[in-house]
Every structure is written in structure tokens, then in C-alpha cells.
Design a protein around this ligand. Structure first.
Ligand code: ADP
Length: 250
């Protein structure tokens, strides 16, 4: 589904991504691991259109998508989850989900007046969809909670929920487990597996928690110093000499 070809991203003279090539198969839950500073987040940002690459190419379903803005990638079903922005923290969980599809109809006061019937119908459909998403993620009890009051793990679930409002094909998740308690991490893992199995989502996940990666991801791609060091199942990766050396440091 995704092919990254000899990608470079330089910041001045520093090569954060230094000739990375990799593939993400459709239907997979692919893990991306590596020591801090390996270039994982930079790679994600280039794939997701947040940063232009210095050189190299990215393809989705055989079509070149290098450097396309996030908005265009969004329409192709490629999403990178982001933390709930500060300005949305005083809105409810339901409202946060309803914001995502970006209804065009209600933009001006004039069109709002002309199309008021249609807007009400759209809002009702959106709210219904948002409630289904919350149900799927087993967080219906948080429907009316302000997003700013959620715990770290609940926020991650809401971020995942936002991708479900637009029927994503591939989702890039950055550090799912950071600061999330074990129980919620399990719920997040279950949601990822169910989205994969039942809705055909492909995932690429950056995560430091190897238990989480081992449970969910096949294959696992290891990056170090801007390059792909190894690809394999989690057990293959854990036995790979080069990987062990990269983690222990030279
Ligand atoms: P990882 O996600 O694997 O920890 P990053 O992609 O965040 O790695 O960072 C890779 C390297 O690139 C780090 O050394 C980081 O300091 C550097 N880097 C990332 N973004 C920038 C930037 N905007 N300007 C300069 N250096 C950057």
C-alpha cells in the first residue's frame, strides 16, 4: 500500500532520514521502532505531508504521493493522528468527533440560512456516526466529557476515533503508549486490532513498548541513524544482532 523509496530528510547538514526504503503491506499492522533520534517521527512527517523530503519518493497504491499536502492525503485515506489541539479541549468528545469531516454546507451565514434543513440533517447524521464510533471504542460514557479532561489514553482513543469519522485506509500512529496506563493501552490495542480485522484499516505504529509491538505488529521495521536496519517479526527483530547493538549503543 505504501512504498518509501530511498528517502532523505536533511536539516542543514544533519541527515535525520538518510536513505530509508520500506514497504507497508495493505492490511498489515506494521510497527516502526528504533532508538531515540533514529528518524522515525521525521519519516512519518514526510510520508504524511507535514515535511517536504530532501530527496526520495513515497508511493500509495502505486501512485506517487511525495510532498502532497496533508489535506490531499486525507482524501486518499492516509491519516496521521495528532494530539487534540488546545482549542478543541473545551469542546465535548462528541463535538470533537463531529468536527472532523469538515461539512462544507454551514460555512457562511447566508448558506447556513438557505440550507438550514440540510445542515440539521447533516449534523444529525454526523452525531449518529460519532456515537457509533464511541460505542466501537467502548468510550460511550465519555460522550459529553470535555476533551481537555480526558486522560492520556482516553485522548489516544479519541484521536483514533477521529480517523473513523472519515473511513481511513491507512493510519500512522505516533507513540500510542506514552503515558498511558496498562488497562487503557490494552483497550487501544484491541481497538487497533478490531479496526484492522473488521474495517480493513492498515496501520503503521511508532511505539517504544515492545510488549505492545509484539502483541500487535507484524512486521516490525527497525530504524537507526535515519536508515532501515532490519525488518521481520518481533521475535526475529529481538534476536537480530544489529538491532541489539543499535539499542545498546556503540
Ligand atoms: P525519532 O522519532 O526516531 O526519535 P526524530 O525523527 O524525532 O527521531 O529525530 C531524528 C533526528 O532529527 C533527531 O536527532 C532530531 O534532533 C533531528 N530533528 C528532528 N526534527 C528536526 C528539525 N526540525 N530541525 C533539526 N533537527 C531535527
Amino acid at each position: 500500500m505504501i512504498r518509501v523509496d530511498n528517502l532523505h530528510k536533511h536539516f542543514g547538514g544533519f541527515h535525520a532520514v538518510d536513505g530509508a526504503s520500506l514497504e507497508i503491506a495493505e492490511g498489515s499492522i506494521t510497527g516502526l521502532i528504533g532508538p531515540n533520534g533514529a528518524g522515525k517521527t521525521t519519516l512519518f512527517n514526510v510520508i504524511a505531508g507535514r515535511l517536504p523530503p530532501t530527496s526520495g519518493a513515497v508511493f500509495m497504491d502505486g501512485e506517487e504521493i511525495t510532498g502532497l499536502p496533508p489535506h490531499d492525503l486525507f482524501h486518499k485515506g492516509l491519516l496521521r493522528t495528532f494530539q487534540i489541539a488546545h482549542e478543541f479541549s473545551s469542546m465535548s468528545v462528541l463535538e470533537n468527533l463531529m468536527m472532523v469531516p469538515g461539512s462544507q454546507t454551514g460555512e457562511s451565514i447566508w448558506s447556513a440560512w438557505v440550507h438550514r434543513g440540510r445542515i440539521r440533517a447533516e449534523e444529525k447524521a454526523l452525531a449518529e456516526k460519532a456515537r457509533e464510533v464511541l460505542d466501537f471504542l467502548t468510550i460511550s460514557h465519555l460522550t459529553d466529557e470535555k476533551a481537555g479532561n480526558l486522560s492520556g489514553g482516553q485522548k489516544k482513543l479519541l484521536e483514533l476515533g477521529r480517523t473513523m469519522m472519515v473511513d481511513a485506509k491507512i493510519v500512522f500512529l505516533d507513540e500510542v503508549g506514552a503515558g498511558v496506563n496498562r488497562t487503557l493501552l490494552g483497550t487501544i490495542g484491541d481497538a487497533i486490532q478490531r479496526l484492522n480485522a473488521e474495517r480493513g484499516y492498515t496501520f503503521c505504529i511508532i511505539e517504544h513498548d515492545m510488549d505492545f509491538i509484539s502483541r500487535l505488529c507484524d512486521p516490525v521495521i527497525v530504524m537507526a541513524e535515519g536508515k532501515v536496519l532490519a525488518t521481520g517479526t518481533s521475535s526475529e527483530i529481538l534476536e537480530n544482532e544489529a538491532v541489539i547493538e543499535a539499542y545498546l549503543g556503540r
